[in-house]
Design a binder for this molecule. Structure first.
Ligand code: CMC
Length: 433
């Protein structure tokens, strides 16, 4: 039997010591179990941004940021991207193992049979302005699913949890494509279930009822890869949001809507849209040095969007696959003279050699390339983050289920270091200066 590892905390003023258990995972850094810290010491830990805090135990995704490794249920993302597809990765994330052929067929048809949304839900869209950002629409419509699917709200019923998971994964592309169609005033396209998940999404986005839509296999494959590469990413901001929302027992539709809200921010899922806005602002290659000077100037607060990552400090393994896919898509679509794409490639090369980025370990992340691919395939920029949300729904719901099914789960309730006023007497109006 191995001895329980511990660490000792010493109060340097009083000399008092306390011991804490160290927990070991199957791989990755050990964690100090500080659950008894407050009880023992009367102190909290202080960790804004949770850079040193493990918020849960999980068996779904493992990231080694220094080595640039991303594993889903033990399988390397690069291998999955090459040999697998989105439906298989979704099954893997949800169930822990790769599916057998029969399991995959049954899972895929189960998902594809849930793709339609309640007809009443389609009317919900009319309440939005046509120029609303599709993330705002998706956030609202996904939250509203709780008002439509009453038979999958009981989080304590495993069958209802399963149905909610199918509904969310299946209906997200429909909801997302409808948000786009609404914004351009075209009729909604009903899903076509004999297509692949990616192919069906492309048809709902770019097809019109008046014409047949033929899915381009290169774009379909690229879309499937993008979905796979974004499917899950451990305890990032949106996933932690989903878990925190769900920790109170909230229904899964509300939790995923919360995840969408968190993903929207430019430091997270909004980055790929921000990359293109940045490229447009730079305008042409001759402006790159001036832009990079602004990025390096701390007072300026400009960031090179699509570069850097909280966890990956060497390279983002998803970006490696995405870069290759990006070049494949550009070549197969014969895109040669797109000034924005040329600018992106030039920016990539310059930044990869620039001392500022090299020394701070800032490499292109997945969003740098996904933005470029989306532009190449004609995806409207406002839909970039929405697509990320479609893919990440799989990870969110897997993580949500793991949390709900974990007997250790508690309502999330962080504490704080209070630095405001201490208690003081109320000052009547006439006495205020
Ligand atoms: N451009 C310029 N400088 C940067 C950048 C950047 N993109 N990212 C980090 N830095 C600098 C930052 O100024 C800081 O410098 P210093 O040490 O001199 O103060 C240092 O690098 C560390 O930055 P940080 O903000 O402490 O790092 P973080 O881990 O909190 O930030 C990040 C991670 C992703 C928010 C950040 O790199 C960033 O804002 N990147 C641009 C937005 C982006 O592309 N986001 C997509 C992330 S990948 C998709 C996803 O998983 O959501």
């Amino acid at each position: 039997m191995t001895n329980q590892k511990t660490v000792t905390l010493t109060d340097d003023t009083t000399g008092k010591t306390w011991k804490f258990k160290v927990m070991e995972g199957t791989t990755g850094p050990d964690v100090i179990d500080v659950r008894t810290l407050y009880g023992q010491t009367g102190m909290f830990t202080y960790d804004p941004g949770f850079t040193s805090t493990g918020s849960c135990e999980s068996k779904i995704t493992y990231i080694d940021g220094d080595a640039g490794v991303l594993l889903h249920r033990g399988y390397n993302i690069a291998e999955l991207a090459e040999k697998s597809d989105f439906m298989e990765v979704a099954y893997l994330l949800l169930n822990g193992e790769l599916p057998s052929p029969a399991e995959k067929a049954s899972f895929t048809s189960g998902i594809m049979r849930h793709t339609m949304v309640h007809e009443q839900l389609t009317r919900f869209y009319q309440g939005f302005r046509r120029d609303a950002h599709p993330m705002a629409v998706c956030c609202g419509v996904v939250g509203a699913m709780a008002a439509f699917y009453h038979d999958s709200l009981d989080i304590n019923d495993p069958h209802q949890r399963m149905i909610a998971q199918y509904r969310l994964i299946a209906k997200m592309p429909t909801i997302a494509a409808m948000a786009y169609k609404y914004s351009i005033g075209q009729p909604f396209m009903y899903p076509q279930n004999n297509l692949s998940y990616a192919g069906n999404f492309l048809r709902m986005m770019f097809g019109v009822p008046a014409e047949d839509y033929v899915v381009n296999p290169v774009i379909e494959r690229a879309m499937d890869r993008i979905l796979m590469l974004h499917a899950d990413h451990e305890q990032n901001a949106s996933t932690s949001t989903v878990r925190l929302a769900g920790s109170s027992g909230a229904n899964p539709f509300a939790c995923i809507a919360a995840g969408i809200a968190s993903l929207w921010g430019p430091s997270h899922g909004g980055a790929n849209e921000a990359v293109l806005n940045m490229l447009r602002e730079i305008g042409n290659k001759s402006n790159i040095p001036a832009f990079l000077s602004r990025v390096k100037d701390k007072a300026d607060h400009t960031r090179l969007m699509g570069f850097g990552h909280r966890v990956y400090k060497n390279f983002d393994p998803r970006a490696t696959v995405m870069r290759q896919t990006c070049h494949e898509v550009l070549a197969s679509l014969g895109i040669k003279n797109d000034p924005l794409l040329d600018l992106a490639m030039e920016m990539e090369q310059i930044a990869l050699k620039d001392e500022y980025f090299v020394s701070k370990k800032l490499y292109p992340n997945v969003d740098f390339y996904s933005g470029i691919i989306f532009r190449a395939i004609g995806m409207p920029e406002s839909m970039f983050t929405v697509l990320f949300a479609v893919a990440r729904t799989v990870g969110w719901i897997s993580q949500w289920r793991e949390m709900v099914e974990d007997p250790q789960s508690k309502i999330g309730r962080p504490r704080q270091l209070y630095s405001g006023q201490t208690e003081r007497a109320f000052v009547p109006m006439h006495a205020r200066g």
